[in-house]
Every structure is written in C-alpha cells, then in structure tokens.
Design a protein around this ligand. Structure first.
Ligand code: IMP
Length: 429
C-alpha cells in the first residue's frame, strides 16, 4: 500500500485541486498538513465548481479527511467554509472530518497584524493573502499560541489569551494602534467553539491506526515548494514548510509513512505576491498565458504573474521534496504558440549556474538562459491519451522530464477530472 504526498513544485496554483480530487477517489484518507486558509483549491465536478481553502479536497467526494497539526486553523473561517459547502449540497460531519487537537488557531489579532504589515507603506511587502497565516505561525514557534484543544478547556483559556495578548498588545502599542481586550478574543472563540469541538481528535494516533490497517493516505500539500519557509525565495515565502517532508511532522506520522511524492507542475510558471521570478514575462506572452490560463488567485482574486517554464526551480524542487514523478498541468494553455521557451539555467554575474541561489540579491539578479522549442497549432485540451497529442507537445513534455530529472506520472489536459492521461498510478508504485 502506498501513501502519496502531493506538493506544488513551483510557487503554488499548479492545479493541485484537480489532481488531489482525482487521487482522492483511490485514497481512504485525505490529510492537509501545512498552511491554512491561504490556499485556494478549485475542484470542478460535473461542471460545478467547488472552492476550498482550509478543508481537505477529499471532503467534496465524501472521503474521510483530516486537518493535521501542521495547519493553522482559523475557527471562524472553518465554520464558514463548512456552511458554504453545505449550501452546495456537501454535508460535513465529524464522521468525515477530524481536526488535530494540537493545531494552532488563527485569531482575528493575527489577521489584523498581517493586514497592517502588508498595508504599511514602509518595510518589506510580501504580498501575503492577509489571512493571518504568518502571525499565527510566529505565535506557534513563540510558544504562546492558542491551540484547538484549548477550546475544550475554557477554565484555563482566559489565562492563555492574556499571555498571548501580552505579546500582541506590546506590538500594538509600538505601532500606535488600540490594544485588544482579552474578552474580545474569548468571545470570538466561544462563538464558534461548540461547532469546532465535535471534530477534534488525536490525529497522529488515528492516522497511525488507519495506516496499520493498510488504508491509503493522501497528503494534500498547499502552496508550492518555492514558497517554503526554508527552501523558497525567502523572505518572499509563506510561513510554513511546503516541501513534501512536512507531511510527516505536520500530521504526526513518521517519515517512513511516505511512499510516493507527486509534484504538481504547471507547463509554464506563475506567481502571486511579491518576490523574484526569473522567467516572468511582463509583456504580451505573460498576458497571453494569464488570459488563456485564467490566472487569478482563488483566495484573493489577484492577477497572477506569468512566465515561461523554469526547469531550474522545478529541478530543485524535485530534489528538496524527493519527487518521484510529476503531474503536468495546463499544457493546453500553450496551444497555438509558435515558439515556447524553457529556462534551462541561470546566468549570475557572467557565470552560468544550475540552481536558485539562497541570497535574496542573487535570486533577483539571476538571468534566465532559455532554450527555444517549436510550438504546436492543434489543441491539446481534453486529450486522454498520448496519441491525442501533437508530436511537438509530446516533445515538449519529454524535454521537461529530461530537464527536471523526474518523469511525468500524470498529464492533466483540462480542469475536468476525466481529462487526465495516466502514466503511473502513484498509489500502485
Ligand atoms: P501568506 O501565506 O498569506 O503569508 O502569503 C505569503 C506568500 O505566499 C504570498 O506571496 C502569497 O501570495 C503566497 N501564497 C500563499 N498561499 C498561496 C497559494 O495557495 N497559492 C499561491 N500563492 C500563495
């Protein structure tokens, strides 16, 4: 039995929602293990579009799903997202969803702080989703977070809130903004606590038991490896580890639980928010890709920056995430282009390098070295076998595989689940 981790191999928005949906049919459990409601996963089922941010995608198909301890949980958003899905006819019950008792909470104070920092005219702008993700993780590692299980212990909750606010109110005084009374956070938590508590569980034990029973676990990564707090384009990253290894500590299973890592890879590159993007095309090519690929953020509605496929960063992700195979998505967006470029290396201060350097200055200074490939006039949208693809498209895919050092396990040719060419079933490896 294989347990599969799905990760984004670029800067997020690679089309993970559809692939996770495809794989979840073959899985017994779907687990989110990092990030929070900054993620935006779109699933299209029978023409109906479901947009999820915090909940594991498996829920839409009625799969048993878990929010692991590595996730930062905004309890108010959780309740809203459950209600929204209910409005679309998807009922979520504690039989279907479990939330780790040791997951930290995102509170209004985090969201406010995220927005204040992002809206400030001075300082470093990251272009966050303003959902409080960064400040919530800061409090987690600062050992002052309120965790899901604290909702079950109201007698000690107030003291925890007060301890947390000692830190936040000092910050707020420094910024010249109003302090927050502990009662406000208490009321905010009590308003949703009864709706959250039925889902709370000892997730590490539950997953271990299911694993021992031979159930298949699908770990659903959010964002992308280049947004990883250690391995990404720091400081223009998110505040969690987005690489595949995080599936273990973010769920409470050991690393031996991971059998296969599938990297979701878009046939070109996009990024939302600030930060280096060597192959960005701030021109008609970028505009073409953005319009064709409908590149707007699910969570914030922001226009995504677009550019050519960057084999350097994906090759790096293949190594930092231990990717066995990739799912290549949105190939059809390239249909009709006469020439397609692929970045095969960088030039930095006159020297050729084959990796993304760690320094912030060097990351923004690298110049892409391109290889040019012939495009194709035919459409690849909806193709369900290699034979349906034009020869040049197959050539493009083969070159991508060669450059990144990993095979294409799946090729997605439209948002519809059935439009998928399967080369290797990750659960059967
Ligand atoms: P945060 O995660 O809201 O703190 O945002 C940090 C960076 O990660 C920003 O550049 C965001 O645009 C980016 N980001 C966060 N979540 C996603 C996602 O799901 N897809 C793509 N980019 C994301």
């Amino acid at each position: 039995m294989a347990n599969v981790v799905v990760v984004g191999s670029q800067w997020g928005d690679e089309g993970k929602g559809k692939i996770v949906d495809w794989l979840s049919e073959r899985a017994d459990v779907v687990v989110r293990y990092q990030g929070g409601h900054n993620a935006g996963h779109t699933l299209v089922i029978d023409g109906v579009s479901y947009k999820l941010s915090l909940l594991p995608s498996g829920l839409v198909r009625g799969k048993f799903s878990v929010i692991g301890n590595g996730v930062v949980v905004d309890p108010r958003h959780l309740v809203e997202e459950i209600d929204k899905l209910a409005g679309q006819g998807v009922t979520i019950t504690p039989e279907l969803l479990r939330i780790a008792d040791n997951a930290p909470l995102i509170l209004s104070v985090h969201q406010e702080l995220d927005a204040i920092r992002e809206n400030a005219t001075s300082g470093l702008k990251i272009g966050t989703t303003k959902r409080g993700i960064g400040p919530a993780y800061e409090d987690k590692v600062g050992r002052r977070a309120i965790r899901v299980i604290d909702l079950a212990e109201p007698e000690t909750l107030m003291a925890k809130i007060e301890r947390l606010l000692t830190h936040h109110n000092a910050l707020r005084r420094g910024m010249g903004i109003d302090e927050i009374p502990a009662q406000r956070i208490w009321d905010e938590l009590m308003a949703v606590s009864d709706k959250v508590l039925p889902y709370v569980d000892r997730v590490w034990a539950l997953l271990d038991e299911r694993r021992r029973r031979g159930e298949r676990i699908l770990f659903e990564g959010a964002q992308g490896a280049l947004l990883d707090n250690d391995h990404g384009t720091y400081p223009f990253v998110t505040s969690s580890n987005t690489v595949a290894g995080q599936a273990a500590p973010g769920s409470g299973l050991g690393p031996s639980a991971i059998d296969y890592v599938l990297g979701i890879t878009k046939a070109y590159t996009t990024r939302v928010g600030e930060g280096p993007f060597p192959t960005e095309q701030d021109n008609e090519v970028g505009q073409f890709l953005g319009e064709r690929g409908r590149e707007f953020g699910v969570v914030t509605g922001r226009k995504r920056r677009c550019g050519w496929f960057d084999a350097v960063i994906v090759r790096q992700t293949v190594r930092t995430s231990g990717i066995h195979g990739i799912a290549l998505t949105k190939l059809d967006v390239l249909d009709g282009l006469e020439e397609i470029r692929v970045c095969v290396g960088y030039e930095l201060n006159g020297t050729r390098i084959d990796y993304l350097p760690a320094s912030m200055g060097a990351q923004s200074g690298v110049k892409p070295i391109y290889e040019s490939l012939e495009g194709w006039a035919e459409t690849t949208a909806g193709a369900r076998s290699w034979a349906d693809l034009p020869a040049q498209a197959v050539k493009y895919v083969r070159r991508v595989e060669e450059l990144i050092g990993a095979p294409v396990a799946m090729l997605s040719t439209s948002p519809e689940r059935e439009d998928t060419i399967l080369v290797q079933d990750p659960f059967q490896v």
